[in-house]
Design a binder for this molecule. Sequence first.
Ligand SMILES: [Zn+2]
Length: 281
Amino acid sequence: MPSYTLIGSSLLSKPYILNQSLAHEILHQYFGSSISNVQGKGNWLEGLTTYLADDYLKKLQSRDVLNRKTVLSQFQTYINSNNDFSIKDFEYRVDKQSMLIGYSKFSHVMFMLENKLGNEKFRHLIKEFYLTNQNKNLSLKEFGGFFEKNTKVDLKTFFKQWFEQTGMIDFSVENMKTHFDNKGFWVSFDVLQNKNNFFVFDLPVSIQTYDKTLRKVIAIHKPKQKVKLNFNSEVLSLNFDDKYTLFRTLSQREKLLSMMAGGEELDKLEVELKEMNRISS
Ligand SMILES: [Zn+2]
């Protein structure tokens, strides 16, 4: 149902209103007032608004990477199998847990969707979504359906696992090996996930070789996935998802490093190849 928001003059000058809430409320004029959700069919308004307003402001202030890491850390701390629920069951914010799921996790899902579609396509689709759905109430299924209909990228699994499943990606990298042959330098490893908490995702890896830093994206689609990469020069280190682009658990090392640095240090899930088993052939 179309509506509007009023903010009183005594509140309007407060820093938290100007720096965050005002942008959030302005976005709600589009998603909340003009287009709304369907009661009992999933609330997509808060997560989308948080992504387009609050998280966009953090990006402008270069605080986006740290913000994502903070959200991941909080989710890991406050959400467990007893209080977790899927995004499709979010209706309103009633406590810290529901805020972390309906606002923060949903917003991170939008960030992953933008990465999947590309910035331009995502921005174009958000505009289209607004222009074609004004004065309507849409369920969470219809919200996801709009993106599925208007892109060639297959989003069925993406929305199913992020809207209907609970939890976060929890992967480990094991069995790391390097070797050299007449085709160049090889690095192989396994990416492991528990079958009962399995996600399909694109894993970004930053690779430091003697020559340069390279970035690769590995499509993960199995609970135990073997990966083998080839390089022209020797690999010194690998960093997995160093910009916290995935909605995933933080490693013990990532958590400890940020505690030691007072939460300011942007550390990495880094594997030093020097420490690992080398095989020469
Ligand atoms: Zn809101």
